[in-house]
Design a protein around this ligand. Structure first.
Ligand SMILES: Cc1ncc(COP(=O)(O)O)c(C=O)c1O
Length: 339
């Protein structure tokens, strides 16, 4: 951080490039473009891929709102589809049923830190000639068949403070395509190829050098953070296995889960949540409403699994600062509620 300040290079320059290089390497993509948030990353990649008015974009109904905002920014339409009841990610059957001649792209989300069904979704995308933009905002380092590169057109990341690594605010686009990376760099930086030569109506979505230096430092710690999350999740799984009212999260075949959230399905969820709050345990509900039902979208969708999950999911703390004693306390508090 000190080095950045002393260098005087507070925005585009060596610290940004260094972070992008390290991030690309960590995520197994040749190109990374750092931007000011995950939301900006989605906005930029939608432009760079030419998604616009009249296009339909298929998104899961069970995710953070930013996943579905990007289509609106560029004048495209969201189609909300249901998710799998056990892994909480886009249901490939629902996806296939929703495809029309207007569909241009799919935005599957690796929710809570676990990859979506990459094989099935990629197969459907190929058959219908659709773009896949992976929303991996919650899942840096999540893998499918041991690879963090999900074989998509592009993947986006968020470095908001609740994520597995942070730059305060920040995000990135990762891609195999040098052309696409170049377009993203233009959309990130006012469309500027060189001074007073503009390729498009780009934004100012640059990530400052101080944030990038923070990102480089965080990336070094990320494998340890991830292992701590996975360990905490394993312990909680064991401790809660005897509670019939709780269904603990499962790591799906081929996936490496990075546990941004440890999310159970709980009977009598709201009362359990209140009980944990009284004990000052930072449990939380992600997400209480199907996206399509929010007033800001007010869209039609048949998503019974999402409706049910909105009433039953509860995330328990497993972040790297949670101690083993605290994990025991959390499990005991859950057990005491059902007793
Ligand atoms: C699934 C998902 N997509 C996109 C975003 C947007 O990221 P940001 O908050 O950095 O704009 C988030 C952030 O919480 C997210 O969880």
């Amino acid at each position: 951080m000190q080095k950045v300040l002393e260098s005087g290079k507070l925005t585009a320059g060596p610290f940004v490039e260094q972070f992008e290089k390290e991030l690309a390497h960590y995520c197994s993509y040749p190109h990374a473009v750092a931007v000011s948030s995950g939301t900006a990353a989605l906005h930029v990649i939608f432009h760079a891929l030419g998604i616009g008015p009249g296009d339909q974009v298929i998104v899961p109904d069970f995710t953070f709102i930013a996943t579905a905002n990007a289509a609106r920014y560029v004048g495209a339409n969201n189609v909300f589809v249901d998710v799998d009841p056990d892994f909480f990610t886009m249901d490939p059957h629902a996806l296939e049923a929703a495809i029309t001649s207007q569909t241009k792209a799919i935005v599957p989300v690796s929710l809570y830190g676990q990859a979506y069904d990459v094989d099935e979704i990629s197969k459907i995308a190929k058959e219908h000639d659709l773009l896949v933009i992976s929303d991996n905002a919650q899942s840096i380092g999540a893998k499918w068949k041991s690879n963090a590169n999900l074989g998509d057109a592009a993947q986006i990341q968020s470095f908001y403070p609740t994520k597995n690594m942070t730059t305060g605010e920040g995000g990135a686009i990762l891609t195999d395509s040098s052309d696409l990376a170049e377009k993203c760099r233009l959309w990130r930086n006012i469309g500027q190829r060189k001074p007073y030569d503009y390729a498009c109506a780009g934004y100012n979505y640059r990530l400052p050098a101080v944030n990038c230096a923070m990102g480089s430092a965080q990336l070094q710690k990320l494998p340890k953070f991830t292992e701590a999350r996975r360990k905490n999740a394993r312990i909680l799984n064991d401790l809660l296995s005897s509670v019939p009212q709780i269904q603990t999260p499962t790591e799906r075949e081929h996936a490496f889960h990075v546990f941004n959230q440890y999310t159970v399905k709980a009977e009598n969820r709201d009362a359990l949540w209140e009980h944990l709050k009284k004990k000052e345990i930072g449990a939380n509900v992600y997400y209480p409403h199907p996206l399509h039902s929010l007033a800001t979208f007010n869209a039609n969708a048949q998503t019974p699994i999402t409706e049910k999950l909105c009433q039953t999911v509860l995330s328990l703390p497993v972040h790297p600062s949670v101690t083993e004693a605290q994990i025991q306390e959390i499990a005991e508090a859950v057990k005491s509620f059902y007793r």
